[in-house]
Design a protein around this ligand. Structure first.
Ligand code: G3I
Ligand code: 9MR
Length: 733
């Protein structure tokens, strides 16, 4: 594929991520939880119509048909989807299509996102200001402390009576925003909120997590310790005189491409108070005050102090509703300027309502009628609804539960529609390929997950999984956008420590910004490979517009990987692992035989099976064949063509071996083998899973098969056996 132009390839020399010459198979290069939907995209050019999944030993474990060609406008491609969701056996695999190079390797693994989630959170620690990173926590990425920020100047734009221009403040701690070394309240707000929400929604996941930071083991989950590093800084950005909050703490211009401790010569300033900063601060502190309330022993008085700070900031914003931030003359660092603050008012009102229970905040929220849009630093309305939804049972009578659920479902339904219709099966539209597009799609995933938590619609969970798949490799540039993860990760982020630390690999666990149709850094970079939105990506350190990292992009990566880990259904282990003794299985084959087997017999047994499935509210496909002729076939509502393929492969096995497919399954497993990779059988044509049973006519031998598909193999098998026992009036076995 033509991702990198030749000069850029040379610049990127040393990268293990050489672009493949032809468009290849794109998939999540990290992998899938066993119960997740699992999709890959295959370029249309391939003439093959089927795909295979091969295990680490090269044996085929799964095969399926490619979906219909579908276009993705963002990349100008037509692709076909390979769906291997049914593969839930843990292992390491590749996907193959005749005529194409094999895919990157991926795993199917329970708890498969633990390392990624921990690294994504660790990245915040590695971006802390004002602290030396010790080797025992940071490994090779240890470094001296940067920017103590204990002597920061008040900029002319921020001057007030008690704090005239040039007065000195202490504003230490906090995370560097991104690839630069400045600290911005607006972006800190949404980032810190997202981490706090991840903990608030999935406490069990984070309570089990050891990120190996200096505070680990202090009785507080690491994610809260990490959030506290930034919350303490945010508190220093409030002017105690009036409750107003400075927009940012910054140099006048961006530092050079040096390590933090080598970038401390220029003075740093707090710059202008703004309405957006006050409201993002108010919202975040209101959340923090309730999430940290149980930790008053570790942080005495902190929760109450945060709530008071939040209310003071709200008051300031109410009195100054139009203090829109613009970089003052002479300040050229990140602006995070936001013309519209109605969404910030709504968010702060919602969080203050949840944390204080005061109806005045709910009334302020009610004035906001706008539809919910997925969140970004400049559009935080969705965060209000996400918090209201989580707390809906605790809200007072004023709160309208249906409205909360409907607002979130409306947003999710639109995203899911886009997901279903797009060639790459992503909720993101071509127009969403803006600066930080990888966070766009993960914030979309976060909202889909809110809807899923409310109403359990499977599409929402699958669309969220697809969003993660996209950033981990199922994208048009075949890149895992998380440093250090996947076979072809971003290697050259616009991140000053990654550029200046002398280590070839970038700091791990960072989500890079991703394709940005605006190509706003064109003048500072080698040419982009294409003007198409989804191809507007440069894995080059020059590219601040497509390859920077940022705290507000990593935060939804933390949220989404934890949420998918907690919400993805786990395949029922007890079912898939149940084995019946071999002698019992043999005995079934000997006893459940016929004196004759007519077309009517097939009809009666077939209907019996359907009746049994109905009675237990299960959905199955059934096929009964004699001497190669199908005498009965029915697929109940909810079954798909895939069930037909299982029937074909399971009955092939019975016709070849003379045994029930569950007998072969059990025999192989008892001998320590892999039933999905039997050396003498081609997995495209044979499946050693329960559900197919031989029809044996006494005196004649095997004449056909009765096959059920749709449940775990052991249950498919049990259903056939039960129907035969009933029909043949057998009570033993
Ligand atoms: O949302 C509009 C969209 O409607 C429009 O069609 C499109 C056309 O260009 O623009 C979209 O807005 C873009 C916006 O990002 C999307 O969030 C703006 O053009 C684009 O300029 C803006 O970029 C911001 C960038 O700073 C420049 O200001 C990014 O959001 C923001 O994440 C980034 O943040 C920087 C900080 O300033 C400094 N620290 C690093 C950080 C990350 O790069
Ligand atoms: O390095 C800066 C990056 O962190 C910011 O996000 C980006 C936003 O504007 O700006 C980068 O700085 C560039 C500047 O804007 C233009 N000249 C080149 C700078 C990077 O080399």
């Amino acid at each position: 594929m033509k991702r990198l132009s030749i000069p850029l390839l040379l610049l990127a020399a040393g990268s293990a991520a050489a672009a493949p010459a032809t468009p290849g198979i794109k998939l999540n290069q990290v992998g899938f939880l066993p119960g997740a939907q699992k999709l890959a995209v295959v370029p249309q050019g391939a003439s093959a119509s089927r795909f295979e999944i091969v295990g680490a030993n090269g044996k085929t474990v799964f095969s399926g048909a490619l979906g219909k060609p579908a276009r993705w406008d963002a990349s100008g491609e037509t692709v076909r989807v390979a769906d291997f969701s049914a593969l839930n056996t843990p292992g390491s695999y590749r996907l193959k299509v005749d005529g194409l190079a094999p895919s990157a390797p991926f795993t199917v693994q329970a708890d498969g996102y633990r390392a990624l989630n921990t690294a994504a959170l660790k990245a915040f620690f590695l971006n802390r200001s004002a602290i030396a990173l010790e080797p025992k926590h940071a490994g090779a990425f240890a470094r001296p402390a940067g920017h103590p920020d204990d002597r920061v100047l008040v900029h002319a734009s921020a001057a007030s009576g008690a704090r005239p221009e040039g007065s000195v403040l202490s504003s230490p701690k906090g995370w560097y925003d991104a690839g630069d070394y400045n600290k911005y309240i607006v972006n800190s707000g949404i980032s810190t909120y997202t981490l706090l929400a991840a903990f608030e929604h999935f406490p069990a996941w984070f309570t089990r997590q050891d990120v190996n930071i200096p505070e680990s083991g202090d009785g507080v989950p690491d994610i809260l310790d990490e959030a506290m590093w930034n919350l303490e800084w945010m508190l220093t950005m409030q002017d105690p005189q009036d409750g107003g909050v400075y927009h940012k703490l910054t140099n006048l211009k961006f530092d050079g491409m040096v390590m933090p401790h080598a970038a401390m010569k220029d003075p740093r300033y707090v710059v202008a108070k703004s309405t957006a900063a006050a409201l993002d601060f108010a919202a975040t502190m209101a959340v923090a005050s309730r999430v940290l309330a149980p930790y008053d022993r570790q942080w005495p008085g902190m929760s109450a102090r945060m709530l008071a700070a939040s209310e003071a900031a709200w008051k300031w914003a109410a009195a100054n509703p139009a203090a829109i931030f613009r970089n003052p003359a002479g300040v050229v660092t990140g602006e995070y300027g936001d013309e519209r603050v109605d969404d910030e008012f709504a968010w702060a009102a919602a969080e203050l309502y949840i944390s204080t229970g005061k109806d005045a905040y709910y009334q302020a929220l009610q004035r906001d009628q706008a539809a919910v849009t997925f969140p970004s630093w400049s559009d935080v309305r969705a965060l209000a609804w996400m918090s209201l939804a989580h707390h809906r049972e605790r809200l007072g009578p004023a709160a309208d539960h249906k409205l909360i659920a409907d607002r979130i479902d409306e947003l999710a339904a639109g995203l899911a529609r886009e997901w279903r219709g797009s060639g790459y099966r992503v909720p993101m539209k071509p127009a969403d390929m803006v600066w930080g597009s990888n966070a766009v799609i993960l914030n979309q995933a976060m909202m889909l997950l809110q809807a899923y938590r409310l109403n359990g619609k499977p599409d929402y969970l699958m669309a969220a999984q697809s969003s993660l798949d996209y950033v981990l490799g199922r994208n048009a540039v075949d890149t895992s956008f998380v440093t250090g993860f996947g076979a072809r990760p971003s290697q050259h982020p616009h991140h000053r420590p990654s550029i200046a630390d002398g280590i070839a690999a970038p700091v791990p666990g960072w989500l890079t910004g991703g394709p940005n149709a605006g190509q706003a850094d064109k003048k500072d970079c080698p040419p982009y490979p294409s003007t198409l939105p989804a191809l507007s990506y440069l894995d080059h350190a020059c590219s601040y517009a497509s390859n920077e990292v940022a705290i507000n992009w990593n935060a939804p990566l933390v949220y989404v990987t934890a949420a998918l880990s907690e919400l993805t259904p786990r395949p029922a282990k007890s079912m898939t692992d149940t084995l019946i003794p071999l002698d019992t299985l043999l005995r079934q084959e000997q006893v459940l035989q016929f004196d004759s087997f007519s077309n009517d017999t097939a009809l009666e047994i077939g209907l019996k099976l359907i009746g049994m499935a109905r009675a237990s509210k299960k959905s199955v496909a059934v096929e009964i064949a004699r001497n190669g002729t199908v005498l009965f076939a029915h697929g109940m509502n909810g079954t798909t063509r895939d069930h037909g393929d299982w029937i074909r492969r399971k009955s092939n096995l019975v016709n070849r071996t003379g045994h029930s497919s569950f007998y072969i399954h059990t025999q192989v497993r008892q001998n320590g083998g892999d039933h999905d990779a039997i050396p003498t059988l081609d997995a495209r044509d044979y499946a050693a899973h329960g559900g197919s049973f031989p029809i044996v006519v006494r005196g004649t031998g095997q004449v056909g098969t009765i096959t059920v598909s749709g449940l775990p193999g052991v249950e498919d098998h049990a259903m056939v056996v039960a129907a035969l026992k009933d029909y043949l009036k057998v009570s033993e076995i």
